[in-house]
Design a protein around this ligand. Sequence first.
Ligand code: NAD
Ligand code: UGA
Length: 469
Amino acid sequence: MVKICCLGAGYVGGPTMAVIALKCPAIEVVVVDISVPRITAWNSDQLPIYEPGLDDVVKQCRGRNLFFSTDIEKHVTEADIIFVSVNTPTKARGLGAGKAADLTYWESAARMIADVSKSDKIVVEKSTVPVKTAEAIEKILTHNSNGINFQILSNPEFLAEGTAIQDLFNPDRVLIGGRETPEGRRAVQKLKEVYAHWVPEDRILTTNLWSAELSKLAANAFLAQRISSVNAISALCEATGADVTEVAYAVGRDSRIGPKFLNASVGFGGSCFQKDILNLVYICECNGLPEVANYWKQVIKINDYQKSRFVNRVVSSMFNTVSGKKIAVLGFAFKKDTGDTRETPAIDVCKGLLGDKAAISIYDPQVTEDQIQRDLALSKFDWDHPAHLQPMSPTTVKQVTVSWDAYEATRGAHGICILTEWDEFKALDYQKIYDSMQKPAFVFDGRNIVDAAKLRDIGFIVYSIGKPL
Ligand code: NAD
Ligand code: UGA
């Protein structure tokens, strides 16, 4: 029986390994983590992450060939293939702070693998890492190896949150990069055989290590660039009377461009787009390519601009002040169908409104009050560095309340900001909401999900992204 161990039971490690276990009953998969609460949750009925379809997959194979454990060394020692799916956040301090990837977690995982291994291993980079990381990992492993052979593979993950299970069941492609040596090719083949249990052969791409590492950063940069492109056009739509939905549709009908990923929004969020582009920018700078670095930097700049443009729009249309006014925020997660708030645009929007002394009342169906208050109290780039967690600022907390119901959150509010495209926000009784609000009642739709004309008929003043008033 092939044994797989995955270091990191997060948004990637958990779902990916659960699907491998489901599709490969003859493989034993153990997911390990340094976080005891996370592993406890994976072994309970309340999984640590919300992802449609995940419960079902875990229920089918947990205890059969899928296990979650904190006994890291034991399972690493026993494994043939070790996936490393630990966090690789942006460095918050020191050389490259605010751009470079922080590989502390990766390096400590690699050193531990070297320390405890007693047989040959395939070590798979699942985390998103700077191009050439495999070289560093190889050095750490081989210099500490005691004669054991380690083959490093790059197998980046392309799943999106909210659709992770669907994406894993039916991936556009699986990418495996390895050394172009006989041992390297054998390792690639072994990993290929795992995926071949359910992924058609022509969707399993094999490349050299550096192409695989760079393809992941490039794919995220291209995706984020599409959003910044349509968001840049949304600003021009607002200035000219064009409608960004119509423009995006017309542009996307060109088969060379395609219709997906062209929804204008308050800005992209999530744990990866910004971090991976900053990482790409840093690598370009380190390789003496400032023009290329500046090109990609602009994708982040437009995203920041879009978020501050949204805040400015709220404040300026509410008579240039939101001081003391209740603003209801519907949606805090970075997208629908996830409880993940990492780098959610809601953080920047709320901080912007708090800067203007608004009283904010937040409702999100999947995000807890604790999480929201932690997010609003943290400094930029500190969210994924547990050691740097800072104490919460009491003034921030005081101005924020969290409700478990959209009607409660909007009662008595002067304005509503829709920041996540949860389906339930489309089906709310807006007449009831309007009746309970201060007048004039404003709606700022950061996701273009409500029927603006209908809301205007009720009496709301509605602002959408990239649409005529
Ligand atoms: P996460 O923070 O949810 O999970 C990482 C886990 O690794 C944490 O539970 C942490 O406790 C654990 N960990 C850290 N050091 C460890 C160690 N030495 N041994 C064992 N466990 C350790 O992060 P994530 O969202 O799953 O992302 C992981 C990687 O995958 C990142 O590089 C990210 O860029 C990449 N990625 C993420 C997504 C996504 O949708 N979230 C998609 C594709 C790729
Ligand atoms: C993204 C990529 O889509 C995945 O392929 C990749 O594996 C992952 O990052 C990663 O490396 O972490 P994810 O961040 O989970 O996945 O979700 P997306 O669906 O890409 O959305 C990212 C952000 O862009 C969200 O805030 C979303 O609301 C926003 N978005 C997306 C838009 O504003 N407009 C769009 O048209 C699409």
